[in-house]
Design a protein around this ligand. Sequence first.
Ligand code: FE2
Length: 162
Amino acid sequence: MSTTDTIPTTASDPTAAAAVAQLLSPVVLGLQALTINGKQAHWHVRGSNFVGVHELLDDVVTHAADFADAAAERIVALGLPVDARLGTVARAVPTTAVPAGFTRSTKIIAAVVAEIDAVLTDVRAAVDGLDTIDPASQDVAIEIIRGLEKDRWFLLAHDTAD
Ligand SMILES: [Fe+2]
């Protein structure tokens, strides 16, 4: 069996499984990118609120990795593979607003929120697309929206520009 073969399953019909893979794969890739770029932000944030933002960014990273795992494993549970190799992630998310060097917290928060918003666009599309296809997969996507929106709120609440 090659790595591209599907795993035999009776858990879902093939058409539904294919739709789930199509809709959740971009979510997996975006969340994997958020995991990497969030760490970059965690390491380079600067400002008087350093400790709070530094630690919060690590929470964002942990949550993004957990959400990616949930979405990827939902696809695999239905019998299809996910291509979330590094090169595939980089092609899906080729740029980030997170800078390469030390950055003030206000700017780095805005960059990470922009990356969260990009993922949210894909997750909301998944929720819409899965509505009549597979409620269990839609539930995974809804759970991710809830978590990302909470992290987004926490990040913006640390923005001391106002
Ligand atoms: Fe750390």
